[in-house]
Design a protein around this ligand. Structure first.
Ligand SMILES: CC(C)=CCC/C(C)=C/CC/C(C)=C/CC/C(C)=C/CC/C(C)=C/CC/C(C)=C/CC/C(C)=C/COP(=O)(O)OP(=O)(O)O
Ligand SMILES: O=P(O)(O)OC[C@@H](O)CO
Ligand SMILES: [Mg+2]
Length: 234
């Protein structure tokens, strides 16, 4: 892994600007010992709801990055920025189209040292991101490895993100992705809903991302932090 600003992240919570979160729940998330908060969502992300969430997280010391998924939601003031590129779609709009529009609009303001691209490989056909981007989610191991090599070796993206948003994924595929990722940092997200699934994903991915469970079972979400700490020392 590189010495990038996110390179020591093992556990991350992803907060969705479109969803409501109480001050108490946000306090618990920010004080949980997680390595960072990513702000991001695949629908309903606006300047207003992103600024609002950023300002609330900013009261805490935890690192906070924005995953830029809409042009409206590109908000200054985060510690870092991720620019998603969907690798397993045939629709160029999600590979370079939106990103070029973003660069035309914000190119001069981008803090390049704190900005990194993410090569998304979306594997849950029911995830909003898969529907929006028309991702080819049915990949066998050979195809997945080809996509990982495309992102990590040919395009030299610093992050490969195996995305199962909403469903816990096939850990054999995550293991294969890690083996093919070379110097890219492997993010895994999707369906981590307790300590066990957190530990399983952390066995293969460099960084695990915990999202939806925050909004349905906060205590379970918080237990994923300790699970990753334990797996690091085991
Ligand atoms: C002004 C300023 C400081 C700018 C800095 C920001 C910056 C670095 C700008 C650079 C310009 C630029 C290149 C912008 C990119 C703009 C853009 C719109 C890119 C497209 C991104 C993309 C491919 C989106 C598709 C959807 C996707 C992959 C989203 C990623 C996040 C994600 C999957 C969240 C999960 O969503 P969720 O809602 O939780 O999903 P479920 O419903 O399934 O739970
Ligand atoms: O919401 P979940 O299923 O935890 O997935 C986390 C993250 O990968 C979503 O982009
Ligand atoms: Mg979500």
């Amino acid at each position: 892994m590189s010495g990038a600003w996110y390179s020591n992240w093992r556990h991350v919570f992803k907060l969705d600007p479109e969803k409501e979160i109480t001050d108490e729940a946000l306090d618990a998330i920010c004080m949980s010992g997680t390595d960072a908060i990513i702000v991001g969502g695949s629908s309903g992300v606006t300047f207003e709801n992103t600024v609002d969430l950023m300002a609330r997280i900013r009261r805490y010391e935890v690192d906070c990055a924005l995953e830029v998924s809409t042009l409206d939601g590109a908000v200054p003031g985060f510690d870092g920025y991720f620019v998603p590129i969907v690798l397993n779609t045939d629709n160029a709009e999600w590979i370079i189209g939106r990103q070029i529009e973003g660069l035309k609009e914000y190119g001069t303001f981008v803090p390049w040292e704190e900005t990194a691209s993410q090569g998304y490989i979306i594997l849950n056909s029911e995830a909003t991101a898969a529907e929006v981007t028309g991702a080819n989610t049915e990949l066998d191991e050979t195809s997945l490895v080809a996509y990982v090599r495309m992102g990590a070796r040919i395009m030299r993206l610093p992050v490969i993100y195996i995305e199962y948003s909403g469903r816990f994924g096939d850990m054999a595929l995550v293991r294969a992705a890690k083996e093919a990722a070379n110097e890219a940092q492997l993010f895994y997200g999707g369906g981590i809903h307790n300590a066990e699934t957190a530990a399983q994903a952390a066995e293969f991915a460099d960084t695990i991302v915990v999202g939806n469970i925050i909004y349905t079972d906060l205590e379970a979400a918080l237990r994923t932090v300790e699970a990753v700490r334990r797996s690091a020392t085991a």
